[in-house]
Design a protein. Structure first.
Length: 484
């Protein structure tokens, strides 16, 4: 048992590299006290999930020491359920969280399912749940262990408004330590009292106290101060250089004065501070649509609504042509992703898609990507007549650098997989775009740029998203609310 305010987790000069010479952290130090609620921030691919793995001891640092108070239990709720666990029952999924067999585990399962507001039969198969329901199961699988340190990786992904409100209230009242990765500013503001910021440029971790907004404000003030200081120094440096050039041509003693002026300029150069680089945002982009399509692109004739674990089929008459955007609404588990799957599979009972239509399907779990492919192979496959130079130019706009181009998709962070998926959409030039929660895992700086591209998209589009601020930026022509 830990006393209040006691340090229970400390990193002392920790360094870690992924593969040969790819530094993730260099000489990192920070501490977390008992009962703290800490947000973990940083650009996609900066090492947030790696930090969780170091805390969980599933990987070891190259150097330095990670100190965790003795006998503390750490549990994590991952971003996605591992594929190998998708065929398990709810009971089997929870049993797997324990090293030893837990007898009479059913009451424990019922208790944590109540906490995440999702009572379900214990014999139901995991893959039958929606993305939002799986997010709740992931949280419950960590809570059932009653951990002293709870690690949450993007816990609001796929959750509807009610799910996020329920999780927020739970975390506010949770007495133990929480470290959470999230890009949801309002969610983080509601319960955090500190921030660990992973700087992907310096490979350091900066520790701040206060909620998310306090920290963002503090960082901006610091950057402004550093920029002002550097601007003042730059002016003084230039003045010294100008004087040095002037006196250098005078000869005699004036050359000595010129040398001193140059030395002073060098001293001032060294006094300039490294301004903390902000996260890069992706470049603005356009999604070209299949140009030859003029008539009906897709017609939805029926859909299933799932309530009280039963599916009911409803008739529909929804027709989409070019420049028509459809929003699917409804709470977690009602059948939105199921309808998208039926569309992608061209289910003849539910949907008619014009035969010449190219479509791109952005799935929550990125299962539309082959995790064994390199990023280059995956992009080349949809590049059509574009040259490799053009393909790499488009990829660069999504922050896909030459090193990432040669990486296997399965080794990328979830956010990086999302950027690869958008690069593929641009290269494919689809006539129909199907998007299931496209903001999940994506850095908040990229989201307005993605919204702008979708707003201008001229093909037919079907969108599922629980993020109101994102949807509000996109032109929506029709709404299908599965709850009504």
């Amino acid at each position: 048992m830990s006393s209040d305010n006691e340090i229970i987790l400390r990193f002392d000069n920790v360094s870690f590299e992924f593969g040969h010479n790819k530094h993730i952290f260099e000489d990192v130090s920070f501490s977390v006290r008992n009962g703290m609620k800490v947000a973990l921030m940083g650009q996609n691919g900066s090492g947030k999930s790696t930090l969780f793995n170091l805390i969980m001891r599933t990987i070891a640092p190259e150097s330095g020491k990670i100190n965790v108070k003795q006998n503390l239990l750490i549990a994590t709720a991952l971003q996605v359920i591992p594929r190998k666990e998708m065929d398990m029952t709810v009971s089997g999924f929870f049993e797997k969280r324990f090293a030893k067999k837990i007898y009479n585990i059913d009451p424990l399962i019922d208790r944590v399912l109540e906490v995440v507001n999702m009572p379900v039969p214990h014999d139901r198969i995991i893959k039958s749940f929606s993305g939002g329901q799986q997010a709740r199961l992931l949280l419950a699988s960590a809570l059932i262990q009653d951990p002293d340190i709870l690690l949450l990786d993007e816990p609001t992904n796929n959750l509807d408004k009610a799910g996020i409100e329920h999780l927020t209230e739970f975390l506010k009242n949770y007495k133990k330590t929480v470290v959470v990765i999230s890009h949801d500013a309002s969610f983080l503001n509601s319960f955090t009292d500190g921030v660990l910021y992973l700087d992907s440029f310096t490979k350091k971790i900066e520790q701040y106290f206060g909620n998310y907004s306090d920290v963002v404000g503090e960082i901006l003030i610091r950057i402004e101060k550093e920029n002002r200081k550097n601007a003042k120094l730059a002016k003084e440096i230039q003045e010294n250089k100008d004087k040095a050039n002037f006196f250098a041509h005078k000869g005699g003693q004036m050359r000595l004065v010129a040398r001193r002026m140059r030395e002073r300029a060098e001293e001032l150069e060294e006094a300039k501070v490294d301004v903390r680089k902000e996260d890069k945002a992706i470049r603005s982009f356009i999604i070209p649509s299949q140009p030859e399509l003029v008539d009906e692109i897709i017609k939805i004739t029926s859909f299933k609504v799932i309530k009280h674990h039963k599916a009911v089929t409803h008739k529909a008459n929804i027709s989409l042509k070019r420049r028509m955007h459809l929003l699917l609404r409804g709470p977690n588990g009602i059948g939105k992703s199921t309808l998208l799957e039926m569309i992608a599979e061209r289910d003849p009972k539910s949907v008619i898609i014009a035969p010449s239509v190219r479509f791109s399907y952005y799935k929550q779990d990125f299962s539309m990507l082959n995790f064994e492919d390199t990023v280059r192979d995956s992009l080349i496959a949809v590049s059509g007549e574009k040259s490799e130079v053009d393909m790499r130019g488009i990829a660069a706009g999504f922050l896909i650098d030459p090193e990432m181009m040669n990486a296997k998709i399965g080794n990328l962070s979830e956010g990086q997989k999302g950027l690869v998926a958008f690069a593929k959409i641009v290269l494919l030039r689809p006539g129909l775009l199907i998007l299931d929660e496209p903001t999940n895992h994506i850095n908040f700086r990229h989201i307005p740029i993605i919204a702008e591209a979708l707003n201008k998209y001229e093909g037919a589009m079907i969108l599922v998203s629980h993020v109101k601020e994102f949807v509000d930026k996109i032109r929506i022509d029709e709404i299908l609310d599965l709850d009504k």
